[in-house]
Design a protein around this ligand. Sequence first.
Ligand code: GLY
Length: 351
Amino acid sequence: MKEIVITAGSSSSIVKIGESIENINNYASIENTVIITDENVNRLYSGLFSHYRTIVIGTGEEIKNISTIEYIIKKLIELRCDRKTFILGIGGGVVSDIAGFAASIYMRGLNFGFISSSLLSQVDASVGGKNGVNIDGLKNMIGTINQPEFVICDHSMLKTLPDDEYINGIAELIKTSCLDNDGLFQFISDNREKLLKRNEDIISEAVYKSVKFKAKIVEEDEKETGVRKILNLGHTLGHGIEKVKSLKHGFAVAIGISFALYISRDSGLLSLSVEREIVDILKYFGLPAALNEVADKKNISEIIDAVRSDKKRDTDGVDFVLLNGIGRSVIKKIDYDELTEYILDYIERGN
Ligand code: GLY
């Protein structure tokens, strides 16, 4: 097992990479803990935590809404939870976003931690303190930044993930690898076959490298006023596509990444060979790397409207994360007319 400590603001969080859910009793007392998990995780793993009080929620991005938060808060009241209660989210990114948010607002804030059961949450979502829910399909419109006490990344739980859920996480891993300047991209490229076959040692090393990079960024800029914005590579268009086409997050982000690469090259920042190298990796894992795989010109205005409603917008445009090489990112403001043109060109260009 490897550990990474993230110290951000006045709190710190420890990420335990390769720890097992079977050691749950070492992290959460039976008297004070309430587990929040989803139906799938509960069905597969409840034998390991049935001695705890548990709130079970549904699955999927659709349940990441304020009604689920209200449901949880009412359950916490019913269970007579007080400020000593510890909330333990067991699940993927949706569970950690919801459990972290419910814990952050119940009685003005309870301590919480996660056992992360999806690749997407191990490499990204459960780490860094962001939590929240969507409003009318608009991603994470309410939430807080509040660090979990711990995040346990149990890679053996990834064996039960459906293929598309696993690949969903690979997209966020590739995103981080484009930003990291410590060899993560090369590692993924060299180990692509083993990663696709879910080799646990390779997954563990990839998660470690990804969390190490993210920890450095979060420590520098927990509240996303500066450098943390680069973690949104592929997310601005990605969130728009996710809303309009109901794609899984990672699949939409993959298209967002390839769009950002296209703008980067068009702006003279990125060479065609690096663009192709990244697109090839996305495709190797079966991720979409072109907007016209999921949308056509008919959807453009809807997608642009969704991008304009994203929380990263500004009145005059959107901050886009671009690359000028692997491990080198720049943020460029793109106004909405320019964005529309870019999207039209990009659709036209095809694959
Ligand atoms: N998922 C991006 C971030 O945590 O900032």
